[in-house]
Write a new protein. Sequence first.
Length: 141
Amino acid sequence: MTEADILYQLSELYNRYWAMNQWWASISFAIIALSHFASHKLNKILVSIIIVLYAAYSFWMQRYMHYNVLIIGGLFQDLEVLKDSGIVLSNAANQYLAVTNDALTLYFIRIATFGTFVCSNSYLIYSQLNISKKTKAQASS
């Protein structure tokens, strides 16, 4: 592969990764909105189904995004091979190689993803329990 091919593939993978993250985040915030606006219509069985489906979807998305990260790593290795072979890389390619050791960003992504997952499920459960308490309080008065 040429440098241009590798850079194009990296760009495509970053775009795919970003689109997948946006889609997953949209689903996460849809669950929060559902919890807020429709919690009075959800029973414990529906809440459990939503949590299981969201967990399965999240797990699948995280694995798929991880595979994309592995492919990106392989493309970085391909760029290194090109560089080591004596080919002078463009500034853009050198910048791609400069961020390969940026583990801090990956930690922030993982923290944000895990936090969003936990908060979405927690708010769904909280909303259901809060509605149950209100319903019991109204029934007893």
